[in-house]
Design a protein around this ligand. Structure first.
Ligand SMILES: NC(=O)c1ccc[n+]([C@@H]2O[C@H](COP(=O)([O-])OP(=O)(O)OC[C@H]3O[C@@H](n4cnc5c(N)ncnc54)[C@H](OP(=O)(O)O)[C@@H]3O)[C@@H](O)[C@H]2O)c1
Length: 407
């Protein structure tokens, strides 16, 4: 028997987050201490607002939060910042197509869209210029005064939709010119996306650089993939379900496959991808996080620190990967992308088998598979259970065929 959990690409409006979860609880300095209510206005700054991530993911995510009531129009302002010269209206036009539902949009959706776009402003400046960040600070401060936010209570969130090479410089500028003077309940937060560095050395270096500028509680290293419903449901499936609790181990599970496929290639964005490859782009972050959620022990609570501790433990039990348990490939036509070098050997497909050396998982292969330009688009976790003893249905063992299946 196998169970398959499939990824959904839709965003549910009926999500179970409490309305204030974007506020005090998730951003409280010390989650064990009394939560101080957020009272000041909120400025969200998307740095790299002219780019791909901003228009495809960040602004649509902010719009969804707005529609669900997490961002209140009377307290929030959203600033885009990048070098490209754009007016407020030009930025709004750029992102509008990614927020609208086209001709079939309801009046309610269209009204929400107009209201949301009015909250968006644009500031142009370079990532290393004092002038740009002084101007940004001036605009944020003007918004805070217009909302009569009590000094020290306002909140500033900086989302870095930028290439990682720019993070240290931009963070220095934010630290120097744009920090909230938060002596009451106000705060400043920095959100960075994956990839966090390129290897262990660069990740540690980046950590040190950010750590010199901000407290750990101010830094959010995020992986947007973990917000998908499929991934969010994993903890509930495992730890709130008596049916699965006794089965989730090496005695019952033959193998687990974690698969991410895209049916499109780099589409002109090979410049970024070619420096990283599919392992750094998908496997090291998204799929390893999913692996942790599937395999870790039950955390003491749902606090981020407790979940992190369990993830670390299971990662420490992963054995070195065997060379013969890796398959790498590159799709035909990848090098035709003008942003990719003609002799690139960057993998666009990879399968690796991970083995976890602990009491629960010894002997169970975890097959992580990711690829671009494949025959379908799918995010899937397949948990293959062992055959029942004394099978009367004469089932064939299919999983080995699946494991060896070439895309
Ligand atoms: N795109 C995605 O779907 C996606 C998914 C997950 C994670 N990410 C990560 O999110 C970050 C942003 O991705 P993206 O796809 O939006 O990148 P992008 O479009 O290449 O870059 C975003 C913006 O950054 C500025 N920029 C680009 N290259 C720069 C450079 N060398 N120096 C200074 N500024 C530069 C450009 O704005 P200006 O020229 O106007 O300043 C550009 O519009 C990256 O770390 C990426 O790995 C992206």
């Amino acid at each position: 028997m196998s169970i398959e959990l499939r990824g959904s690409y839709s965003t549910s409006r009926n999500n179970s987050l409490e309305r204030n979860s974007f506020r005090s609880e998730s951003f409280s300095e010390d989650r064990d201490q009394e939560v101080i209510p957020d009272v000041g206005c909120l400025s969200i700054v998307v740095l790299g607002a002219s780019g791909d991530l901003a228009k495809k993911k960040t602004f649509p995510a902010l719009f969804n939060l707005f529609r669900q009531g997490f961002l209140q129009p009377n307290e929030v302002h959203i600033f885009g910042y990048a070098r490209t010269k754009l007016s407020d209206d030009e930025l709004r036009e750029r992102i509008r197509g990614f927020l609208s539902q086209g001709k079939g949009a309801s009046t309610e959706h269209t009204d929400d869209l107009l209201k949301f776009l009015q909250l968006v402003k644009y500031v142009s400046g370079s990532y290393d210029s004092e002038d740009g960040f002084l101007l940004l600070n001036k605009e944020i401060s003007a918004h805070e005064s217009s909302r009569r936010s009590q000094p020290g209570t306002s909140r500033r969130l900086f989302y870095l939709a930028l290439p990682p090479s720019v993070y240290p410089l931009v963070c220095k500028m934010i630290r120097g010119y744009c920090m909230n003077q938060s002596h009451l309940s106000g705060w400043t937060r920095i959100v960075v996306e994956k990839p966090f560095g390129k290897d262990l050395f660069s990740a540690e270096e980046l950590s040190v650089q950010l750590g010199e500028l901000f407290d750990e509680q101010q830094i959010y290293r995020i992986d947007h993939y973990l917000g998908k419903e499929l991934v969010q449901n994993l903890l509930v499936l495992r730890f709130a379900n008596r049916f699965f609790v006794p089965l989730w181990n090496r005695d019952n599970i033959a193998n687990v496959q974690i698969v991410f496929r895209e049916d499109f290639g780099t589409e002109g964005r090979g410049g970024y991808f070619d420096q990283y490859g599919i392992i750094r782009d998908i496997i090291q972050n998204h799929l390893l996080q999913v692996l942790c959620l599937i395999t870790m022990e039950k955390p003491v609570s749902l606090k981020p620190e407790h979940i992190r501790d369990e993830k670390v433990k299971v990662l420490q039990s992963v054995l070195p990967i065997k060379y013969e348990e890796i398959v790498l490939g590159q799709y035909e036509g990848y090098r035709d992308d003008p942003t990719v070098s003609d002799n690139s050997n960057t993998p666009t497909f990879a399968t690796v088998v991970l083995r976890i050396h602990n009491e629960r998982w010894e002997g169970v292969p975890f097959i992580l598979k990711a690829g671009k330009a494949l025959n379908s688009r799918k995010a899937e976790i397949r948990v293959q259970f062992k055959d029942v003893p004394g099978d009367i249905f004469k089932c064939e063992e299919t999983w080995t065929a699946n494991v060896n299946h070439t895309e």
